[in-house]
Design a protein. Structure first.
Ligand code: T4K
Length: 370
């Protein structure tokens, strides 16, 4: 049994020697960044793994999202969810666009298409849904709304690496999807991210936007930034990708144990992937309905901490309640998101988490409700 603190996640890492042999050629070539051989190889391997024709790598998921919004030349309102990490809305705002928050569905916490439809107006240019916790959004309904109103559909798929719905990769949904390869993600490149996209012309644009807008040595086409993934991060990705199926299987066993222990407890809601979804088991959100469970989310959070278990309140507070957006939004307009944010805890979940530790965590949680 683990007596060290248990954090909400723990980075997956390849064997040290494997990484060393992957980076050894960089000492020969001295080519460390700017879309080198590791970068090119990782792009190819990720296109294969994710089942898409086109993908561009980035220094992180957030820059990938900003770049794709920029490369699409959007202006106006973007309908999105307040139930996400800061990055989703920050990318919209930082690109001079106006976020409009629609509510989530109470069952899987993804953007509710009916709410999106209600909020579309003449200034709307795009929809930016999030496959939160890796739960796939209702792409059929959202794509239909986007098509009928002439909107771009860009997914924040930061949590949904490799997820498929009835065999269809989520990476192929919408006009574009952003993935995060941060250290805390199912697949990591230390820091990193990618955009998958349908329009093949976006490849050149994205590659220029992420490299100062440079087209060639004497021609700078856009006012771009620097968002390139370096060779050491790409090498980490090549190694981690080889071990990914085993890591996901270990995560599945951990998630399964949580479901078995918590699913039947009155007042705790743990979400299993819907039928037809091949999950990556990225997160384990548990929602505590205090009236039925007998303890609040904050009671459980504190009880776990006393035992050295550091769960997290992903995603509390709602983005619409952040200090930096004070006075701009009204969270009462997204009541389902408000309800879940006040009651959710994401429990520790990573490939190396021992099942005995899951049992210990569940014992602490169940005891809170008695
Ligand atoms: N969209 C969505 C929906 C996202 O969730 C995110 C990122 C993004 C966009 C943007 O993607 P990136 O630009 O990050 O690629 C963490 C991650 O930093 C962030 O990537 C992630 N979402 C978010 C949900 O979680 P924090 O502030 O909670 O991280 P931190 O430092 O508290 O770490 C959490 C736990 O992870 C630690 O308790 C232990 C573990 N950990 C952390 C680090 C840094 C490791 O095991 N290894 C590590 O290197 O944001």
């Amino acid at each position: 049994m683990n007596i060290d603190p248990i954090l909400v996640t723990r980075s997956s890492m390849p064997p040290f020697e494997e990484y060393v042999s992957e980076i050894a050629p960089l000492w020969e070539s001295r080519w460390l960044t700017n879309m080198g051989v590791k970068h090119q190889e990782l792009e190819r391997r990720l296109e294969e793994y994710l089942g898409v024709a086109d993908l561009a790598l980035f220094v992180n998921g957030h820059q990938a999202l900003e770049c794709v919004l920029e490369a699409m030349g959007l202006s106006g309102k973007v309908i999105t969810t307040p139930y996400s990490f800061a990055s989703t809305t920050h990318a919209i705002v930082r690109k001079g666009l106006t976020p409009v928050f629609a509510d989530i569905r109470p069952d899987d916490y993804t953007l509710d298409p009916a709410e999106v439809e209600r909020l579309v107006d003449g200034e709307t240019c795009a929809i930016l849904p999030v496959h939160v916790y890796g739960n796939p959004c209702d792409d059929d309904a959202l794509a239909d709304i986007a098509e009928r109103h002439g909107l771009r559909l860009i997914y924040d798929a930061a949590h949904a690496f490799g997820v498929r719905v009835n065999g269809r990769p989520v990476a192929s949904f919408g006009d574009a999807s952003m993935f995060s390869f941060h250290a805390t993600k199912v697949f990591n490149t230390i820091e990193g991210g990618a955009v998958c996209f349908k329009d093949p012309q976006l490849k050149t644009k994205l590659n220029r936007w992420k490299n100062f807008g440079i087209a060639d040595e004497e021609n700078v086409e856009f006012v771009g930034g620097n968002a390139k993934m370096n060779e050491f991060c790409a090498a980490m990705g090549l190694c981690n990708l080889r071990h990914l199926p085993g890591e996901i299987e270990k995560r599945r066993l951990v998630a399964q144990r949580y479901w078995e222990r918590l699913e039947a407890v009155d007042g705790i809601r743990v979400h299993r992937p819907a039928s037809g979804v091949s999950s990556n088991y990225a997160y384990l959100p548990a929602v505590f309905e205090e009236g039925r469970f007998g303890a609040t989310r904050d009671d459980v959070f504190a009880a776990l901490r006393r035992q050295g278990v550091f769960s997290r309140k992903y995603f509390y507070p709602l983005i619409s309640d952040f200090a930096c957006y004070q006075g701009r939004f009204d969270s009462d307009l997204t009541p389902h998101a408000q309800h879940v944010a006040a009651r959710v805890l994401t429990l520790p979940l990573y490939a190396d988490l021992a099942l005995e530790d899951v049992d210990r965590i569940c014992d602490v949680i169940v005891a809170c409700g008695r």
